[in-house]
Design a protein around this ligand. Structure first.
Ligand code: GLN
Length: 448
């Protein structure tokens, strides 16, 4: 099989299967492998990869699934894209998502909802739902996603694939369309754990364009594959196990038992601030979003309203017509939390609570290597079922958002089925310890 043929077949298969899934916003008809492929140097040479549509790609439309960027054609590549280009990957297009990555179902997209390949009536999760469906549906072997509060791990869980959000600062955010800058992180979604390690090897590491990326050395993540878990100290937060119902708990417990049987040490622990993480996250993420989204003014990028009377009218109409309902809700929430009268009561308070949440994790990691538990409270829900109830949708994120608030690496690995739909085991470790996350996930993959 030549890389050329692989690119062509991949595009043809996407065109065919995507009529049902709607996992893509842009498919590159003329997708071609890089000019010079060096198979001896790069494991990713000639491999087709999907890119979430909030990652900037030179000369390829990048929309963040928003009307306000529906025609935005970037003139540069995100750092992760430049790195993947150097490794010789084949770009086949851009995947669907919730607008500006705000959502948990990929229903908030200007380009329509994505469907879950396991059951087309169910959501694929979000916001990286297009990337997850593309991998689970067999369209590509790997996809990039972004995770601000669970947007890689929750769709990975809902689609029965692996997804990892690395440590905040492990991967450059340069060229990632900003949502919550203190929480956002680019990561990888694949069927096999090892494939994610290969991709993370390429995209991780220092970048002069992003001052928040760590300059510490990036280990070869594939060396954590195939290890045994004997002596691994595994913490299980009781709040996470209590958040799920009996069927779900049974599937998760089975994985914990497998770790125990293999010689891991299981410790029940507590994350006492779990009950505050949803409001805490939604104040912080929305505040940062309201600031980051100021730049969409109808002048510099994308959509501009017609029939406007003056400059203010351009701003107001372009933003009113360009942003979807969920994005507007976040901008209003964030602007309110940051306003003079509420800053102390909301934003400052939320920042303090965030510190308490970080302390909870530090205490656990002083005595444990990883934390495991369910990724989500339930398997994929139906399309249309929760989209009109934002509070319900937000509460779904209770198990994933803490890792973003604390900046720690976290992944979801397939754990089994509940009512015929996949669910995930979440694995977290201390900052820059993706190694133990890979080691644990790979063990779970092998034991299933
Ligand atoms: N579901 C969360 C939200 O709506 C997380 C999204 C994300 O991680 N990008 O904000």
């Amino acid at each position: 099989l030549s890389a050329d043929k692989l690119a062509k077949d991949t595009v043809a298969n996407i065109k065919d299967t995507d009529k049902k899934l709607n996992a893509w916003i842009t498919v590159l008809d003329d997708a071609k492998p890089a000019e010079k492929l060096d198979f001896s140097k790069s494991k990713l040479a000639g491999i087709p990869i999907a890119i979430k549509d909030n990652i900037i790609t030179n000369g390829v439309k990048t929309t963040a699934a928003s009307h306000i960027l529906y025609n935005y054609m970037p003139m540069y590549d995100a750092t992760v894209i430049s790195k993947l280009k150097k490794a010789g990957v084949t770009f086949v297009g851009k995947t669907n998502m919730d607008e500006f990555a705000m959502g948990s179902s990929t229903e908030h997209s200007y380009f329509g909802a994505t469907h879950n390949p396991w059951n087309l009536d169910k959501v694929p999760g979000g916001s990286s739902g297009g990337s997850a469906a593309a991998v689970a549906g067999g369209q590509v072997v790997a996809a990039l996603g972004s995770d601000t509060g669970g947007s890689i791990r929750q769709p990975a869980a809902f689609n029965g694939i692996f997804g990892i959000k690395p440590t905040y600062g492990r991967v450059s955010r340069w060229g990632l369309i900003a949502f919550g800058s203190s929480l956002d992180q680019i990561g990888v979604m694949t069927k096999r754990v090892k494939d994610s390690a290969e991709v993370l090897n390429v995209i991780a590491g220092a970048d002069e364009h992003d001052s928040t990326v760590s300059t510490r050395e990036v280990p070869d993540f594939t060396k954590f594959i195939g290890q045994d878990v004997k002596g691994l100290r595994v913490a299980v937060p009781k709040e996470y196990m209590e958040a799920v119902d009996g069927k779900m708990r049974e599937v998760i417990q089975k994985q914990i038992d497998a770790l125990k049987d293999a010689g891991a040490i299981i410790n029940e622990v507590s994350l006492p601030h779990t009950k505050y993480v949803v409001p805490d996250y939604y104040i912080i993420a929305s505040s940062e979003a309201s600031s980051n989204l100021q730049r969409y003014d109808g002048i510099r990028y994308g959509y501009r309203a017609k029939d406007t009377k003056n400059l203010l009218d351009v701003y107001v109409k372009s933003r009113s017509e360009g942003f979807g309902a969920e994005v507007k809700r976040r901008i209003m929430l964030g602007s309110f939390a940051l306003s003079a009268g509420s800053y102390d009561r909301f934003f400052r308070q939320a920042a303090k609570v965030r510190t308490l949440i970080c302390d909870d994790f530090d205490k656990i990691f002083a005595e444990n290597d990883v934390i495991v538990g369910p990724t989500t409270t339930e398997p994929a829900f139906g399309i249309g079922e929760e989209v009109s109830d934002p509070i319900k949708m937000y509460n779904n994120d209770i198990l994933t958002i803490s890792a973003n608030l604390a900046g720690i690496p976290a992944a979801s690995v397939p754990a089994g089925l509940v009512d015929g739909m996949p669910v995930g085991l979440q694995i977290m470790a201390k900052r820059f310890d993706e190694g133990n996350v890979f080691k644990t996930a790979d063990f779970i993959e092998r034991s299933n």
